[in-house]
Design a protein around this ligand. Structure first.
Ligand code: T5A
Length: 243
């Protein structure tokens, strides 16, 4: 922690003078289908950029050319017949490349990374819902993620029915592998993400995703502001009401 970096009366104009951080801030968004992760990822990135921060938006599965190729295979359902353990291995393989090619270089350059889904999705979808042994899930996470764990994970929480209805309204092509699961799957998924948040309260913040987009964005902003200031004092942001 570097107390000398705390700037008590920060305004947008002073943000530009904040020293380049040693390592960027790593934020992940998690939750069920149609929870609003992509929408809020863009909004948060835009808001942070207005304060002079360099922000890289990315997603999983995907986020690098090789991982995007694996995304196509995974979401097509072609791997489903191999079982959840095989799916978990492929999600982890995509994550290794994504971290190597995109996330770690960005963080090392002081860029804030906002990632739409990350390792908690493997824990929830393949671990809890797919019954893949927790020890295997954790071992894959150690290999793929190592010490590049998120500084903050925003878990967008809402009833499964609401998220699925949103995803269906927005869909332009075929239904994907996981959206096609039944309602009980998606309800259990919601509980799984809440369990993850309860187990790691310092890293995770549960955000009520069942409210208007502006209100979700505001709740996220408060969480980010708290965490950015509390964890590292790498950045100083103006109070939310001035943004
Ligand atoms: N997966 C992924 C695994 O199984 N294991 C893993 O390890 C990983 C990384 C990814 C799939 O892969 C699985 C999980 C997923 O099933 P995807 O296409 O990336 O597939 O699917 P999702 O991540 O679920 O993305 P979605 O696009 O379905 O949901 P989002 O991003 O949460 O929602 P968003 O922002 O696109 O919004 C959906 C619609 O709702 C509206 C939006 O305008 C949009 O139309 N909306 C709202 N409407 C009302 N009120 C609000 N507050 C709203 N917010 C957004």
């Amino acid at each position: 922690m570097c107390p000398e970096k705390i700037m008590p009366d920060v305004t947008p104009s002073t943000i530009a003078s904040v020293p380049t951080p040693r390592r960027g801030f790593f934020i992940t968004l998690e939750g069920g289908e149609g929870a609003g992760k992509s929408t809020q990822s863009h909004r948060l990135a835009q808001r942070l950029r207005t304060f002079g921060l360099h922000v890289q938006e990315t997603r999983e599965p995907g986020g690098s050319p090789r991982a995007e190729a694996l995304r196509k295979v995974l979401l097509s359902g072609q791997v489903a017949s191999l079982g959840p353990a095989a799916e978990a291995l492929l999600f982890s393989a995509a994550r290794i490349d994504h971290l190597d090619q995109t996330i770690r270089p960005a963080l090392a350059g002081g860029v804030t990374v906002i990632c739409d889904r990350f390792a908690d999705s493997t824990r929830a979808y393949q671990g809890t819902l797919g019954n893949v042994d927790t020890r295997l899930i954790r071992a894959m996470e150690r290999v793929a993620v190592g010490t590049t764990t998120p500084d903050l994970t925003l878990i967008l929480d809402l009833p499964a029915e609401t998220g699925l209805a949103r995803a269906a309204r927005r869909r332009t092509g075929a239904i994907d592998r996981f959206e096609a699961e039944d309602l009980s799957f998606h309800r259990a998924l919601r509980n799984s993400f809440l369990d993850i948040a309860a187990a790691e309260p310092r890293r995770c913040r549960v955000i009520d995703g069942d409210q208007p987009q502006d209100d979700v964005a505001e709740a996220i902003w408060h969480a980010v502001e708290d965490r950015l200031l509390a964890v590292e004092h790498r950045y100083a942001l103006p109070p939310a009401h001035t943004a």
